[in-house]
Design a protein around this ligand. Structure first.
Ligand code: ZN
Length: 198
């Protein structure tokens, strides 16, 4: 499908580089962009630029943040003694949208995967262990229920248990191989509430 404009073709090709955007949706978005007032597009472009230029990693939990410390870590309303370990910031967002969890997070940046060369040093595991030297009551292992996620949870449980900190694993309400970010909120809440001590 060749469009009537090279500019639109270029935009479609850029948009199809985004995750989950196929050629059809890219076309729809491109024609939408071509038809809305310039000011609206400028504010979209600015929002994208702001994220691209100003977002950094929180120095405590390693999720994406505007400042050195993210809103969750700096909030007085969060229980700093309860840390939920997730693979990435999208999983964090999934748990935040349930709205039930009042502790803080630790974003690993992936899961252990010997096949693709992701070992403990590639993840924020040393940083997690450093946090555990403080006053921590519970570490909730909320990695995915994929092979990699389970391997990571088992690995972390072995590291953390000797520290006499309660280690829990989210329940199997999360389907095997299911990505946390794609699971509905009710299932996620069940998985969280049904977590078991390891
Ligand atoms: Zn943080």
């Amino acid at each position: 499908m060749l469009s009537s404009s090279e500019n639109i073709e270029k935009l479609i090709s850029e948009l199809t580089n985004l995750p989950g955007v196929g050629k059809k949706s890219a076309g729809r978005l491109a024609y939408h962009i071509a038809n809305v007032p310039k000011e609206k597009i400028e504010s979209l472009v600015q929002a994208i630029k702001n994220v691209s230029e100003n977002i950094k990693r929180c120095k405590v939990c390693y999720t994406l943040s505007d400042g050195d410390i993210c809103n969750i870590c700096s909030s007085d309303n969060r229980n700093k003694k309860q840390i939920m370990v997730v693979e990435n910031e999208r999983d964090l967002l999934a748990y935040e949208s349930v709205g039930e969890y009042k502790g803080v997070y630790h974003v690993l940046g992936g899961a252990l995967s010997p096949l693709t060369g992701v070992g403990p040093n590639e993840l924020k595991i040393r940083e997690l262990m450093a946090r555990l030297s403080g006053d921590i009551e519970e570490v909730i292992l909320a990695t995915n229920s994929s092979v990699e996620g389970e391997t990571t949870a088992t690995y972390l449980a072995k590291l953390i248990k000797p520290l006499n900190i309660k280690v829990t694993r989210i329940a199997s309400g999360v389907p095997v191989g299911g990505d946390i970010e794609n699971i509905d909120e009710a299932t996620l809440l069940t998985a969280f509430n049904g977590r078991r001590t390891l």
